[in-house]
Design a protein around this ligand. Structure first.
Ligand SMILES: *Cc1c(COP(=O)(O)O)cnc(C)c1O
Length: 415
């Protein structure tokens, strides 16, 4: 039998965890082991109190005055700069707004327009689908524009990059497998061919250190409701490198992106800075929850976060393989922790029912079609004992066949 850490050993790991105290900032329900922070981050006390203040004091009492008195108008750039610390972006290059899907449209369209003599958008066939759907939408606005997909047109994205490519749209961490790309190397490769690059950080922002400026990235997008814990539907963000700000034109030229929105001029003139990526009025209540969530990040050492993330995911893989090896779960994520985001996925023919059985026992992860059980490990609030207990329950479900219960086969709208 394979040796694996016992309960005392994982409790000892928790005892020396430098991020341990962060857990007290979060509101986690009794009896739940939450391994789905990669889909919806947990709520924090700080996020709730900002939300409460924004609703009762600012909206309730200050009313329209709050746009100035509570700084509502400047929140997209103020919060953008705070996210900048998590993604390696110096101030003035990041803005919080809209959804990731909308932001992909804005940035991809803008990048394509910067390469008028090129017509190819390169993306990944196994990308999170909305990225591809938005790329199709962008391509439809330019005659002759085409998509080239990794896994369809060539096995690797590097082979797709040549002098016809205008822009490469790529995920830093794959949403399903958790595979982590080398940002600096791929950015160099795209730029050496004369292309621009857009990184989607949905599964890396708040999950691991990111260095956009250091890698000389052109553009990036990402969401705040996953590892950053901004709350359901919290607005996303856009990064545009300073060198592009003067010239880049995004297609959704709404009044919030105007240089002088309250001059009510007839013609559009883009803001000189990152605000040009805004379109219309932003969701202030949910932005205030995000502000509270970002307060939680203030003193987090990203290197310590990464170290714990790798230790948590390594432990999970080790325990699942040692204890559940007989039940047909096949590792889908990279085994090497340095090539993995903060999640672990396993394939199984009965993945959906297994995940439903886990959720019924309080272990919340998620299912991704067609056959993946996916577990996210948020280093701020998941501990080593959580990992151990989750595998204990998984082992029980697999050994007893509890997942075969008919109720676990019923599909919900959101998986
Ligand atoms: C979660 C996720 C999105 C989400 O897009 P929304 O517009 O917020 O629904 C987009 N891209 C990737 C890669 C994601 O993981």
């Amino acid at each position: 039998m394979t040796a694996f850490p016992d309960l005392a050993a994982v409790e000892a790991m928790d005892a020396v965890d430098p991020l341990r105290s962060m857990r007290d900032r979060f509101i986690l329900p009794e009896g739940v082991i939450y391994l789905d922070g990669n889909s919806l981050g947990a709520a924090s006390h700080g996020a709730f109190s900002e939300l409460q203040a924004a609703a009762s004091k600012e909206w309730g009492q200050d009313l329209i005055r709050a746009w100035n008195t509570a700084g509502w108008f400047d929140m997209p750039t103020e919060l953008g700069d705070r996210i900048g610390r998590l993604i390696g972006a110096a101030p003035g290059q990041t803005v919080v707004c809209d959804t990731t899907s909308t932001n992909i449209y804005k940035v991809l369209h803008a990048a394509l327009a910067m390469r008028p003599d090129r017509s190819v958008i390169v993306a990944e066939g196994n990308s999170f689908p909305t990225d591809l759907y938005m790329a199709e939408g962008v391509a439809s606005t330019r005659a002759g524009a085409v998509l080239r997909l990794e896994g369809v047109d060539a096995p690797s994205i590097e082979e797709l990059i040549d002098d016809k490519v205008a822009v490469v749209l790529v995920n830093h961490v794959n949403y399903k497998s958790g595979e982590l790309r080398d940002m600096a190397a791929l950015t160099r490769k795209a730029q050496a061919a004369g292309a621009l690059i857009v990184w989607d950080l949905c599964h890396s922002a708040g999950a691991l250190p990111v260095d956009l400026d250091g890698a000389n990235v052109d553009f990036a997008v990402g969401c705040t409701y996953k590892y950053i814990n901004g709350g359901p539907g919290a607005p996303a963000f856009i990064y545009a490198a300073t060198r592009h700000l003067a010239d880049v034109q995004q297609p959704l030229s709404g009044w919030w992106g105007h240089a002088r929105p309250f001059a009510f001029e007839q013609g559009y003139a883009a803001d000189a800075g990152i605000r040009r990526f805004l379109c219309g009025t932003q969701p202030i209540l949910t932005m205030r929850a995000l502000k509270g969530a970002l307060d939680d990040w203030d003193n987090v050492d990203m290197a310590a976060l990464r170290k714990k993330s790798i230790a948590l995911t390594d432990l999970f893989i080790q325990l699942v393989e040692a204890r559940c090896g007989a039940y047909g779960l096949k590792l889908e994520s990279p085994r090497n922790g340095t090539k993995r985001g903060s999640q672990v996925s396993f394939e199984h023919d009965n993945a959906y029912a297994i995940m439903q059985a886990l959720i019924a026992r309080g272990v919340i992860g998620d299912f991704r079609a067609p056959a993946t059980v996916r577990f996210g490990f948020t280093p701020l609030y998941v501990g080593f004992k959580d990992v151990w207990q989750a595998v204990e329950i998984l082992e029980d479900i697999m050994r007893t066949g509890a997942w075969k219960d008919a109720r676990f086969a019923v599909k919900s709208a959101v998986t």
